[in-house]
Design a protein around this ligand. Structure first.
Ligand code: SAH
Ligand code: SF4
Ligand code: F3S
Length: 475
């Protein structure tokens, strides 16, 4: 295990300055004379990137506003994962256009995965866009923004092999002040054939561990009690100390972050079934504050389809992994992503997805119909031949089944007592708290006469449950 004091050289100091622009100057100009507004779409990593962007803009003459009408600069951090995600962004651009018509001085910037996928062509297709910046180009914003203020168009879509923004402390944009994210790696090397992420986010790289630790400590000191370590494939986190050549695995990193404080819950996402190790499972079992919850996307239950997807595991391997998790951590909750109607999927093969879902007993799942993405291996080599209505029908079937499984999962919690982290008031009533269990389930319960507040832990007995959440009482 690497010791903190051993790390003197940051892996990331070799940032290619020509590509990345000048390193960020830590100057904060107060008060700011201009305002930026930022909207985020897509995965948690994108939301976290927006906080990095906010931090970069904080070194300039820009303050954050939640009110789009008073913004001098409108930024949208975009997602390309499915066609619908990009359609949503196009609609938002139309709305920004209306704002720009009222105030022609407003500048519009497109960031993130759609910016990376479309590059400069986005400027031609969407005339209102002034700035296009990909996920590895945010350090360059202090150069790009003055240029667009002067009436030019700005584009930087270079992908980096080293950028991890490890020296940038994100400016938190979230509302609850209790749970937050820390990006521990960027990019993805897996090349699942359906997926656009390797093209929009580039090669996989792991962030220097002690900047991760510093960020976790900072969050804890600010009152946060729940951090999620983020990466497209966290189990392949791998960092080598450039001086001592000592290595750090994901399990070691987890334990390091869990050591920040026993009251800081640590989560992680996403785990690739091929990479999650026993070492990680033992770390979860042996540390109370490493949450008993694993997001382990299945995608499809049939082995032929999994091979076409290049997921590099088959049904049997997946189910063995699930069994291993429940053997080592019996009270672990597992969730999943599933995709219906991938190229050439038959009705029988689709039924195998339903079969694996029954076996795995997910606490919850995100479910999608396959959406072909330009430039992906599937788009180039396979035919998107399952009709839309069949994809939809299969999607409805898996949603219906997962609702039943989630409901039964929650019913099994009735009578049990869970340590719950209070996140704030429940949505429905100011008399109730909303909290979360280690297993990532939402629990609503009456405040009663307690003097508890958000950020506190409390033991709650579960009294009832729906497919989406639990209800309980303080014990
Ligand atoms: N890195 C994560 C997933 C990131 S994308 C992992 O490997 O699990 C989140 C989810 O979007 C994926 O798990 C997949 O279920 C879904 N997805 C990705 N590409 C898609 C596509 N082309 N069509 C439909 N769903 C897709
Ligand atoms: Fe996409 Fe696969 Fe990488 Fe996940 S692991 S981001 S699905 S290529
Ligand atoms: Fe979307 Fe990019 Fe995340 S495509 S899901 S925002 S990595």
């Amino acid at each position: 295990m690497i010791d903190r004091k051993d790390v003197k050289v940051k892996f990331n100091k070799e940032i290619d300055e020509k590509i990345q622009g000048t390193p960020l100057k830590k100057v904060s100009l107060e008060p700011k004379s201009k305002k930026f507004y930022i909207e985020s779409y897509g995965c948690a990593m994108n939301f976290n990137d927006s906080e990095i962007v906010a931090s970069v803009l904080d070194t300039m003459d820009y303050g954050n506003t939640q009110n789009i009408e008073e913004a001098d600069l409108i930024l949208v951090n975009t997602c390309s994962i499915r066609e619908k995600a990009e359609e949503t962004i196009r609609k938002r651009l139309k709305y920004y256009d209306l704002i720009k018509q009222k105030n022609p001085d407003v500048k519009v910037g497109v960031l993130g995965c759609m910016a990376e996928r479309m590059k400069a062509s986005l400027l031609e297709e969407e005339k209102i866009v002034d700035l296009v910046a990909g996920p590895d180009a945010y350090r360059d914003l202090p150069n790009l923004i003055p240029a667009i203020e002067g009436g030019e168009k700005g584009v930087n879509v270079f992908l980096s092999r080293v950028e991890t923004y490890d020296d940038i402390m994100p400016s938190r944009l979230d509302q609850n002040g209790i749970s937050s994210f820390i990006s521990i790696m960027r990019g993805c090397d897996n090349m699942c054939t359906f997926c656009v992420v390797p093209f929009t986010r580039g090669r996989e790289r792991s962030r220097e561990p002690y900047s991760i630790l510093a960020e976790a400590e900072d969050l804890f000191n600010k009152g946060y009690r729940d951090v999620t370590l983020l990466g497209q494939n966290v189990d392949s986190y791998h960092w080598v100390n450039p001086e001592t050549k000592e290595e750090m695995t994901f399990a070691q990193l987890l334990v390091l972050v869990a050591g920040v404080h026993p009251d800081l819950r640590v989560r992680f996402s996403t785990s690739h079934p091929k990479d999650i190790t026993d070492e990680v499972l033992y770390a979860i079992r042996d540390h109370e504050n490493i949450c008993k919850y694993i997001h382990l996307p299945l995608q499809a239950g049939n082995s032929r389809i999994l091979e076409l997807m290049n997921r590099t595991y088959d049904q049997e391997w997946y189910l063995n992994k699930v069994k291993r998790i429940y053997d080592i951590i019996p009270d672990c909750a597992i969730s999943s992503d599933m995709m219906t109607g991938f190229c050439s999927e038959t009705e029988e093969e689709h039924k195998e997805t339903l079969y694996v879902m029954e076996q795995a007993q997910y606490s919850m799942a995100y479910m999608f119909a396959y959406s072909e993405r330009p430039g992906t291996p599937a788009q180039k080599r396979l035919e998107d031949d399952v009709p839309e209505d069949v994809k939809k029908k299969r999607l409805n079937e898996i949603i219906r089944l997962q609702n039943q499984i989630s409901y039964a999962h929650n019913q099994r919690d009735i009578g049990k007592v869970f340590k719950v982290l209070i996140e704030g008031d429940s949505k429905r009533s100011k008399d109730d708290f909303k909290g979360r269990t280690s297993q990532n389930k939402v629990v609503n319960f009456p405040k009663g006469k307690s003097t508890l507040q958000k950020g506190d832990y409390v033991n709650v007995r579960i009294l009832s449950g729906t497919s989406a959440s639990l209800r309980g009482e303080i014990v």
